[in-house]
Design a protein around this ligand. Structure first.
Ligand code: UTP
Length: 479
């Protein structure tokens, strides 16, 4: 079959012959099984996909899939130094001074925002990109709109301009960009928003064979949020940032609806310490929470994934009974641009982690199978593996209820329902802080609906300065 295909290709698509050979040499000839049945257009698409794949690299990734890529030598790591939320006037004063450093950097236009939105959101099973999900508790604004309005409000507050970079993947890039256009870029300057796509890698079955989702399409997946690092350089984004005078990147994931975009306190701590990469963490809610914990290993920061933390370390306690490894990463970072350049110059790359997942595919009879059990391996790089290059990093602990509510699942924890409630609760606390009485149920959830537009208030202090103190909450408030 292979020789026949080569002969046919010689006539039809001679320029693709070498990539075809690569596929065959890597033992992936089955992807041509339906060659005679598919149209010329489909053939062209399949060949384009094949040209983008480094088959030997995929083979190596599969061979190495069982090798753990993070260094989790038991007992050698210790809890890292964490800046905790201010607990007294002195600490509040320190924070105010740090905030000024961050505010100055924002005014000087040194900060860019980078939102990673290339994931497939498989657990959520949504039709479109996660950022397009209607989420605001009253207005139903999308996650992207919430982020855009926060950026707009910060620009107004600090009389500044914040370039916004959004990483998508080939699968959702078009629809994401169309969404922004349809919504007139949420009243931001279209020139300040740049989209770029991350790389893709094929998903393979449990024997290392490429999977097809149709007779002419190989299953491809985004190469993980660590793909940001490759794409920033490869797509010329870093140079673009430098041209705009940007010195630091505020990095966050699209699905956290409580994100404090370009938080001046976080920016300030990062700058004050001359850090290369900084992280925000929250206290874990329980020892087995599925969140990576930040540790310090041989003087270097590192994130240990929950699956790699031994039970003993998971439950280890300090003298005061608090969890010893309690700094749960929420994937919010500041990254210094010169540091990134240095890492590139050294030719360093991020490792790939293998994830076993359920991936629909067509079987050898061309029938689409929706597997009930895990059937595939996907390869992803993680942004936090950059930490191994970091000599100076700051970790700030923030309150989960104020800053972290990701949308991951259709229902249950970290779902649209909890995200909406978390927003309402946050706004409720801002109102209480301003002296407005807000009823809550036995779980502490606000009874009623509240939504506060970032243009009205970006935080509790701003709300307090603007709110009518005589306001009576009747169960529904949109400001
Ligand atoms: P998750 O790991 O939660 O993945 O990504 P996901 O795609 O959102 O959801 P699942 O796991 O398929 O259900 C966390 C963040 O990283 C981004 C996602 O868009 C999300 O903002 N991400 C993830 C990328 O940008 N690219 C990737 O390859 C993976």
């Amino acid at each position: 079959m292979n020789i026949k295909i080569l002969e046919k290709l010689d006539k039809e698509f001679s320029s693709h012959k070498s990539c075809l050979r690569n596929a065959l040499e890597a033992g992936q000839g089955h992807i041509f099984r339906w060659w005679d049945e598919i149209t010329s257009r489909e053939k062209k698409h399949l060949l384009e996909q094949i040209s983008s794949i480094d088959f030997q690299f995929v083979k190596k990734l599969f061979r190495d899939r069982l090798r753990k890529v993070t260094n989790r030598t038991k007992g050698r790591f210790v809890p890292p130094k964490v800046i905790t939320p201010p607990a007294n006037d002195f600490e509040r004063n320190v924070e105010q001074n740090v905030r000024k450093v961050g505010e100055e950097a924002l005014r000087e236009r040194k900060i860019a925002v980078l939102t990673v939105a290339g994931g497939h959101g498989t657990r959520l099973g949504s039709n479109g990109p996660k950022g397009t999900l209607p989420i605001a508790p009253i207005s139903g604004k999308s996650i992207f709109q919430l982020h855009a309005e926060k950026i707009h409000a910060i620009q107004k507050r600090y009389d500044t301009y914040i370039p916004w970079y959004i990483m998508t993947s080939e699968t959702n890039n078009h629809i994401t960009q169309a969404f922004f256009k349809e919504n007139q870029f949420f009243r931001l300057d279209p020139q300040q928003i740049s989209f770029f796509t991350q790389g893709m890698l094929p998903a393979v079955d449990l024997h290392g064979n490429l999977l097809m989702s149709s007779k002419s399409n190989i299953v491809m997946s985004p190469n993980g949020h660590g793909g940001t690092i490759i794409a920033l350089k490869g797509k010329g984004i870093l140079n673009d940032m430098k041209r705009c005078g940007v010195k630091e990147i505020f990095y966050h994931q699209v699905d956290n609806v409580l994100i404090k975009i370009a938080d001046p306190v976080f920016v300030g701590y990062h700058l004050k310490d001359g850090a290369e990469m900084s992280l925000k963490v929250v206290k874990k809610c329980h020892p087995e929470e599925k969140v990576g914990v930040v540790v310090c290993l041989n003087g270097c920061l590192q994130i240990i994934e929950y699956s790699e933390l031994s039970r003993e370390d998971m439950y280890a306690e300090n003298d005061d009974g608090a969890l010893k490894y309690n700094a749960g990463s929420i994937a919010v970072h500041m990254i210094n641009i010169d540091f990134l350049e240095k890492v590139y110059q050294k030719g360093e790359t991020l490792p790939y982690h293998a994830a076993i997942k359920k991936v629909p595919y067509i079987n050898s009879n061309g029938v689409l199978i929706n597997p009930e059990r895990d059937n595939a391996v996907k390869f992803e790089s993680f942004i936090f593996d950059m930490l191994k290059h970091v000599k100076k990093g700051v970790i700030t602990e923030v309150l989960r209820q104020d800053e972290f509510s990701p949308v991951k699942n259709v229902e249950g924890e970290n779902s649209p329902v909890t995200a909406k409630q978390d927003m309402v609760n946050l706004f409720g606390r801002w109102l209480c802080n301003a002296g407005v009485s807000i009823p809550t149920d036995s779980q502490g959830n606000v009874i009623g609906l509240i939504e506060i537009n970032p243009f009205f208030a970006l935080d509790a202090e701003e709300l307090k300065s603007k709110i009518d103190k005589t306001l009576k909450f009747n169960g529904f408030l949109s400001l």
